[in-house]
Design a protein around this ligand. Sequence first.
Ligand code: NAD
Ligand code: UGA
Length: 434
Amino acid sequence: MKIGIIGTGYVGLTTGTCLAELGHDVTCVDNDPKKLEKLQAGKSPIFEPGLEELMAKNSQAGRLTFTADIKPVIAASEVIFICVNTPPKKDGHADLKYVEHVAREIAEGINGEYKVIVDKSTVPVKTAEKVYETIKRYSRPDAQFDVVSNPEFLKEGTAVQDTLEPDRIVIGVDSKRAEAVMLACYQPLIDKTHAPVKITSVKSAELIKHGANTFLATKISFANLIAQTCEAVGADALEVLEAIGLDERIGSQFLKPGIGFGGSCFPKDIAAYKKTLEVLDLNPDFIEAIEALNEEARNRFIHKIEKELWVLDGKRIAVLGLTFKPNTDDIRNAPALTIIKKLQLDGAKIITYDPQGMGNAQQELSDIEYATDPYDAIKSAEALVICTEWDEFKKLDLDKIKSLMATPIIFDGRNIFNPKQMAEKGIKYFGVGR
Ligand code: NAD
Ligand code: UGA
C-alpha cells in the first residue's frame, strides 16, 4: 500500500520505517529542514537502537523516502498517518495546533480518491471528530475520507521492537470501509506476530491511549509511595515491590521506584487526561495524586542530597545520566534536568556524563562540565548522583569509583547498586526506598 507519514519524529520515523519493512511503500514528511537533511542522508535524527539499520535497508529497497512536500504525498497515499507532536499547553491541555495544521494541509491535498486519515499522535478523546470537521471544511466538496484513531504504544529505547512485536494493535474506526483498509495495512504484521487486534469505536481508541499511559504512570507513583513508606520504617522497597508484582493480577513491570517518571509522554498525557476529566465535570483528584507523588519522588531525592552534603556551595558533584530513561537521547522532562538545576541553585559545580544525551542537554543546561566517560566525571567528586540506569553505569568498578572520588558518597536515583555491597566497600550509599 502507498502510505504517507506526516511528522517524522520518534513515532513517525519508527512507524514509517517499520511499515516499509512490512512491505509498504512509505513516504515520510517533515517540515523541520534540519531533520529532513539528516533523514535524506540516511541518518536517524534520534538515537533509537536498530532504527538506522532498518531505515537504510528499506531506503535501499526503494520503499522508504523522505520529503518536505506534503501535497503529492497526500494525493498519492491511500493511508495517511498523522504523527506530529502534541505538546502540553501551560494549563495542561494538549496543544493540537500541529494536528489542526496537518488536517488543513491534508484537506488541501485530497484528490478524488478515498483516503484513510489515521490519528497516531496521542490526543484527547473526541479529537478525531475535530480532525474530520476540519478536513471536511477545507477540502473539495466531493472528498471521500474517514478519520481513524490508531494509538501508538511504543517506548523510546525499544521503539522498533515494540512496533514490530506489538502487545496489541488498536484500531478505532467508525466505518467498515476504513476498517478494511486499516486491516490490510496491518495484515503483514498480524500474519507475522499474531498480535491481538482490537477494533473499537474512534472515541474508545482515543481513550485507550490516555487510559494506558495513566495506568502505567499510576503504577510508578504507587511504587514511589511504597518506597517512601519503606524509607520511613526501614523496609526494602525492591523486596516489597517484587513480591507485590508476583501477583499476576498486578504484574512486575512499571513498579520500579526512583526519581519519578519523565519523558515527553507520561507527564503531558496525564495532564491532558486531567483536563479531559475537568471538561467533563469529573473528579481529577486521582491524577493529581499521581502527579504529586511523581514530583515528591524527585524532591525527596534532591532533599536527601542536600541533607547529606549540608552546604553544596562550591562542591563538585558528578551526575551520571541525563536522559529520561536509558537507550535514548531524549531529555524531554528528564528528572536529571530538574535535579541538576536545583543543585546548581544550591551552588554545586556539576560535571556530567551520559552515553547519548549530552548533545541535547547542551541546549537545556548551562554552567556544566561534560565528561568524556563515567570515570572522568567521578574524578575528585564529592558526591555521585545517578539519574539514568544505563547498563554502562551498572558495570562500573566500585573500587575505582571509591579511589577516584574525593569523598565516596553515592545517591542512586535508579537503585542500580546493591546497598549491602556499597557498605562492604565503604561507600556511603543512598538508594530510593532502601
Ligand atoms: P516528535 O517531536 O519527535 O516528532 C514530531 C514531528 O512532527 C517533528 O519532527 C516535527 O518537525 C514534525 N511536524 C510538526 N508539524 C508538522 C507539519 N505540519 N508537517 C510536517 N511535520 C511536522 O514527537 P514524537 O515523540 O514522535 O510524538 C508524536 C506523537 O506521538 C505525540 O502525540 C506523542 O504523544 C505520541 N507518542 C509518542 C511516543 C514516544 O515515545 N515518543 C510514543 C507513543 C505516542
Ligand atoms: C511511555 C509508555 O511506556 C509507552 O507505552 C507509550 O507509548 C509512550 O510513553 C507514549 O505514549 O509516548 P516512554 O515515555 O518512552 O513510553 O518510556 P517508559 O519506559 O514508559 O518510561 C517513562 C518514564 O517512567 C521514565 O522516566 C522511566 O524512568 C520511568 N519509569 C518507568 C519508572 O520510574 N519506573 C518504572 O518502573 C518504569
